[in-house]
Design a protein around this ligand. Structure first.
Ligand code: HEM
Length: 225
């Protein structure tokens, strides 16, 4: 008769360690494909947006970043992991305001329904698990990789000078690659429980989702004239 070696079914094997940067990348890869091909993004990349549409878009992301910059600052004051990740270069509020003004637009707009939902979701998230804001920051920082290219297309589409500053889309300039590699390196060094890492991933997914909803709403508003 077998002598009951049941231990293996009781003690779970630990999951192989995977860095947070890779976990976030893999966990959001399919959402990135969708975001990249969303109608509004496609029009941005093809340089089809009018100046007014681009200013409307900037005003919506301004509302998002005003809230987000504040929440990240507050979270950084109480959580050293957020403090490690969130630096002055990540603040977008003033950069977006300056972009709008340089483009001859007016700063300030009512939030779209999707923007309000985004803000409510981020607020709720911060109450539950402030460190999850790192997942939101990951998406916004990661997006600057593609946005650098988008900025070039927008300049072409709007007939702007090659060096016309579009700092929301391209906040890092020639430091893009270096800053992004450093950001990913820091992500991998953070000490987090598995539950906290999962919260960051959930927050990153939610950020992609909410960003796509906003793009959809912007696109329908544009095409409805
Ligand atoms: C407009 C179309 C877009 C293009 C052409 C584009 C392109 C790219 C490219 C080329 C990279 C790779 C950078 C690298 O590792 O060298 C990248 C990364 C990334 N993009 Fe986009 N992107 C677009 C839209 C977006 C949007 C709308 C979001 C989110 C709202 C986003 C979020 C990210 C993130 C988080 C990463 C980092 C992936 C990683 O962890 O390596 N992208 N994008």
């Amino acid at each position: 008769m077998a002598s009951g070696r049941k231990m293996s079914s009781v003690e779970p094997e630990p999951e192989p360690a995977i860095g947070l940067a890779q976990m976030l990348k893999e966990g959001t890869a399919s959402l990135h494909d969708q975001a990249e091909h969303a109608a509004f993004q496609t029009r941005m990349v093809s340089g089809e947006l009018s100046r007014a549409e681009f200013i409307d878009f900037l005003n919506q992301v301004l509302l998002v970043h005003r809230t987000l910059d504040g929440l990240l600052s507050e979270a950084a004051a109480t959580d050293h992991r957020v403090a490690t990740m969130f630096h002055p270069v990540h603040r977008r509020e003033e950069k977006i305001e300056a972009d709008i003004e340089r483009l001859g637009g007016t700063v300030g707009a009512e939030p779209l329904a999707s923007t309000s939902r985004f803000l409510a979701a981020v607020d709720h998230l911060t109450d539950r698990c402030p460190v999850a804001l790192i997942g939101v920051l990951y998406v916004n920082e990661g997006a600057t990789n593609g946005n650098k290219v988008v900025a070039k297309r927008i300049r072409d589409g709007l007939g702007l000078q090659k060096d016309f500053a579009l700092d929301y889309l391209d906040p890092h300039g020639s430091e893009q690659r270096r800053n992004w590699m450093a950001f990913k390196g820091m992500l991998d060094e953070l000490q987090m429980t598995e539950a906290e890492r999962e919260s960051c991933l959930d927050a990153a997914k939610a950020t992609f989702g909410l960003f796509m909803e906003m793009s959809e709403e912007m696109d329908s508003a544009s095409t409805e004239g």
